[in-house]
Design a protein around this ligand. Structure first.
Ligand code: GRG
Length: 300
């Protein structure tokens, strides 16, 4: 991973180097799966590209607290596995019913619903194996906390809880409070876990963990606001997933509730709040602050 010197910090370079090490780790994470079709379906979605924001946040948080990001790589992979599982399941006909993801046909379009569900299940369980059995030189008590954070983020208190409220809200009037609930759980919980787990592996103090939780809440909501905006303003080609989907499925979004301009303003406000939380450690926080800005400036 790159260093963190402030005035010379180049986010594109940082992202490129971090993505490279994440891609290598992802590629070598899935060797022993049998039968072959399960392995192929898992690899199909896990290695389909994507921004890799979640593992990169994990590595950056580990570095922020003074840890060695190499030791956080298996957890970074685990987080991308959980994220990929959630995308595979989200795209199923009984959920969001989508044909396109990361610029290619969705997992169930290629392998069928049953294999797609099982590939997601295998990625989810493999994520816990990555942390518990494939991490080296990290004290067991830190890993137990990481396993706990991942469970909370993936389960009913996180992804699953947010997804079910989201599904039940389709076609209904939803207020800002409910929308925020959905996104803090469906999107925010895993982003929070990325930052917190990276920091736990690096040996963060309670004070740092608390500041990082505030940071993660801000970037999590901002990320989703930008996701909603891009659904309206960007093309399917650029996004690699079906654009304009929220309107078709009659979903409440930030642009629908607040309008485009106010949504952008809210995302900027949340990112500033997130960055403010890390101000006491501003020198070490340069990459995390730049990643927060990236969330509002991204085009896909
Ligand atoms: C079975 C434990 C379990 C959970 C599944 C399906 C589900 C519950 C939750 C859905 C979660 C979901 C799909 C949230 C959307 C989050 C989001 C904005 C995804 C897009 O993330 P990007 O833009 O995608 O980072 P890339 O492709 O770049 O990684």
């Amino acid at each position: 991973m790159v260093g963190t010197a402030s005035s010379t910090f180049d986010l594109s370079e940082y992202l490129a180097k971090a993505r490279k090490s994440v891609e290598v780790a992802l590629d070598s994470s899935l060797c022993p799966e049998r039968p072959e079709q399960l392995r192929e379906a898992m690899r199909y979605s896990l290695l389909a590209g994507g921004k890799r924001l979640r593992p990169i946040l994990c590595l950056a948080a580990c570095e922020f607290v003074g840890g060695d990001s190499e030791k956080a790589l298996p957890t970074a992979v685990a987080l991308e596995m959980i994220h990929t599982m959630s995308l595979i399941h989200d795209d199923l006909p009984s959920m969001d019913n989508d044909d396109l993801r990361r610029g290619r046909p969705t997992n169930h379009k290629v392998y069928g619903d049953a294999v797609a569900i099982l590939a997601g299940d295998a990625l989810l369980t493999r994520a816990f194996e990555m942390v518990a059995l494939r991490t080296e030189d990290v004290p067991a008590e830190r890993l137990v906390k990481v396993v706990g954070e991942l469970s909370l983020a993936a389960g009913a208190p996180g992804l699953v809880g947010g997804q079910i409220v989201d599904l039940h809200s389709e076609g209904k009037e939803v207020d800002l409070e409910t929308l925020e609930y959905i996104h803090l759980h469906k999107t925010g919980a895993l982003l929070r876990a990325c930052v917190v787990c990276g920091a736990l592996i690096g040996g963060a103090s309670e004070e740092m963990l608390s500041a990082l939780s505030t940071y993660a809440r801000g970037i999590g909501l901002a990320f989703q606001i930008i996701d909603d905006i891009l659904d309206v303003t960007a093309s399917s080609d650029v996004l690699g997933k079906t654009a304009g989907k929220d309107l078709v499925s009659d979903k409440t979004t930030y642009p629908k509730l607040l309008g485009l301009d106010e949504s952008k303003e809210r995302a900027r406000f949340l990112v500033n709040e997130a960055k403010l939380a890390l101000k006491p450690w501003s020198f070490n926080a340069v990459p995390l602050m730049a990643l927060a800005d990236f969330i509002t400036s991204r085009d896909r």
